[in-house]
Design a binder for this molecule. Structure first.
Ligand code: ADP
Ligand code: MG
Length: 429
C-alpha cells in the first residue's frame, strides 16, 4: 500500500463523518496526493471546477481533518498540473464491505441480517432496521449491503442517503417547485438504504414524504434498510405510522464489541493500512479503547500517520499518545483505564503502582476502589474485564468497589462532588 494514498483515504473517511460521501465523491473522485510536506498537502485534481470547489468549500474541513490526522496545522493546495486518470476507488465508501467487517458476539445478528438482505433483497427481512451507538458499524453495514448488491445486481437503482440529506433534498425540491422530480427520484428506486433515520423525527413534512416513499417501495416488494442510533420506539417525535412500519420487519442492534472482537478489529484495521502492530500494542489498544470502533480505528490511523510522517516508533508509548490525542480532539470519546488511574493518582497523591498493587492501606484502597468505579462508569468494559485486564483481580472485587462507591455517593455529598469533579477532569483531558 502507498502511504500517500492511505492518507487520502483517511482524509476522506474523516470528511465523510460530516458530509455525505456521495457529495465528497463528486469532488474528490479523481483527487490524488501530489505531495505531502511537513506543513502542506498538495492535491492534484482534473478540472478547474473541482479545484475551485475543493478550495472554496472544503479548505476548512480538509485542514481540520489534516490537523486531526497529524496533530499539527497544515495548509491545503490544489493544482491541475496534469490530468489524473479517473480513479473511482479512492473514496472510502468502497472500503466498507462484508469481508472487512469483523464479526463478534456484539454484532453477529446485525451482520447476518445485513448479509441475508444483500443476498436476497426484498425477500429476507423487509424493512431491516439496524440500530446501535455511534461508531459501532451501522454505516459500514449499510454500505456493505450497497457494495454487495452493486456487484451482484448492477442494474438495480439504489438510493443511499441519510435522513438529513432526504430532508435537505426535499426542502430544495419544494423551493424550486421540483417535487415531481423528487418523488420520481426516490419512489422509482429498487432499493432504499437510509442512514441515521432518527433525524427524521420531528420534521413533519419529511416524515409525511418519507412515509409515502416507504410505502411505494414496500408495496412493490423492494428492499428497505434503515439505520438509527436508537430503536424506533425511542426516536423522539416519530409519527406512529412510521414507527409501526419500521417495526414491521426485522430489528437488530449492534452492541459495543467485546475484548476478543476489539483485538480482531485492531489487527484487521492495522493490516489493511499496511501496519505491522506488535502484540503488546494490539493488546494495549483493545484494552484501552472499548466503547467505539471509530475511536479504535482512529487510533490505528494516527499511529500509521505518525509512523509515515514523523517516523514514530510503533509501540505502546506512541499508542498511548495517539489515544490521548484523539480524545483531545473529540471530547465525547471514552477515556482509557490508564488516564483514569493517572488522574486519580494525581488527585489523591497515591502512586499508580500502589493503586494497581496489593497494598491494603486505607487511602490506597479508597483510591483503588474509586479507580475501579470510574473505569466501570466511563468505559464500556465489563466487571470481568476490569478485574482481569486492569487490576489483576477477581470481578467480585470490582463489583464490591463499584457498589461501595455508589453507596458513598448516595450518602456523602462532599464525596459525590469529588467524584463528579474527577469525572470532569478525566473527560476534559
Ligand atoms: P456508525 O455508523 O455506527 O456510527 P460506522 O459504520 O461509521 O459507525 O463505523 C465507524 C468505523 O468503525 C468505520 O470506519 C467502520 O469501518 C469501523 N467499524 C465498525 N465496526 C466494525 C467492525 N465490526 N469491523 C470492522 N470495522 C468496523
Ligand atoms: Mg453512521
Amino acid at each position: 500500500m502507498q502511504p500517500k494514498e492511505d492518507i487520502l483515504t483517511y482524509l476522506l473517511d474523516i470528511l465523510s463523518r460530516d458530509m455525505p460521501a456521495s457529495v465528497l465523491n463528486a469532488w474528490f473522485d479523481d483527487a490524488e496526493i501530489l505531495s505531502l510536506t511537513e506543513d502542506t498537502l498538495t492535491l492534484l485534481t482534473s478540472t478547474e471546477l473541482k479545484r475551485g470547489i475543493i478550495l472554496s468549500r472544503y479548505s476548512k474541513p480538509v485542514t481540520d481533518a489534516l490537523f486531526e490526522l497529524f496533530g499539527t496545522p497544515m495548509k491545503l493546495e490544489v493544482t491541475l498540473e496534469r490530468t489524473a486518470p479517473s480513479k473511482q476507488d479512492s473514496c472510502g465508501i468502497r472500503e466498507f464491505g462484508f469481508e472487512n467487517f469483523v464479526v463478534g458476539d456484539s454484532n453477529k445478528f446485525a451482520a447476518a441480517a445485513a448479509k441475508a438482505v444483500a443476498e436476497s433483497p426484498g425477500q429476507a427481512y423487509n424493512p431491516l432496521f439496524i440500530y446501535g451507538g455511534s461508531g459501532l458499524g451501522k454505516t459500514h453495514l449499510l454500505y456493505a449491503i450497497m457494495n454487495f448488491i452493486r456487484a451482484s445486481h448492477p442494474e438495480y437503482q439504489m438510493r443511499v442517503f441519510s435522513a438529513e440529506l432526504f430532508t435537505n433534498d426535499l426542502v430544495n425540491a419544494l423551493q424550486n417547485k421540483k417535487t415531481h422530480e423528487f418523488h420520481d427520484k426516490y419512489r422509482s428506486a429498487d432499493l432504499l438504504l437510509v442512514d441515521d433515520i432518527q433525524f427524521i423525527g420531528g420534521r413533519n413534512f419529511s416524515q409525511e414524504e418519507f412515509f409515502h416513499t416507504f410505502n411505494t417501495l414496500y408495496d412493490a416488494g423492494h428492499q428497505i434498510v434503515l439505520t438509527s442510533d436508537r430503536p424506533p420506539k425511542e426516536v423522539p417525535a416519530l409519527e406512529d405510522r412510521l414507527r409501526t412500519r419500521f417495526e414491521s420487519g426485522l430489528i437488530v442492534d449492534i452492541q459495543p464489541p467485546d475484548f476478543e472482537t476489539r483485538m480482531a478489529i485492531v489487527k484487521s484495521k492495522a493490516q489493511r493500512m499496511g501496519l505491522l502492530l506488535p502484540d503488546d500494542v494490539v493488546l494495549y489498544l483493545a484494552t484501552s479503547v472499548t466503547a467505539n470502533v471509530r475511536q479504535l480505528e482512529g487510533t490505528v490511523k494516527k499511529i500509521v500517520a505518525w509512523r509515515d510522517l514523523l517516523h514514530s516508533p510503533v509501540d505502546v508509548t506512541t499508542a498511548e499518545k495517539a489515544i490521548a490525542d484523539l480524545m483531545r480532539e473529540n471530547p465525547g470519546l471514552n477515556p482509557t483505564p490508564d488516564m483514569i488511574i493517572s488522574e486519580v493518582s494525581a488527585f489523591y497523591g497515591v502512586e499508580e503502582r500502589d493503586i494497581l498493587g496489593k497494598n491494603r492501606q486505607a487511602d490506597i484502597v479508597t483510591a483503588r476502589q474509586i479507580c475501579m468505579y470510574l473505569v466501570r462508569s466511563l468505559t464500556s468494559m465489563s466487571l470481568k474485564e476490569i478485574g482481569t485486564k486492569v487490576f489483576r483481580r477477581d470481578h467480585t472485587t470490582v463489583m464490591y468497589a463499584v457498589e461501595k462507591v455508589e453507596e458513598m455517593r448516595g450518602t456523602d455529598d462532599a464525596f459525590d462532588k469529588t467524584i463528579n469533579l474527577l469525572m470532569e477532569n478525566i473527560r476534559g483531558k
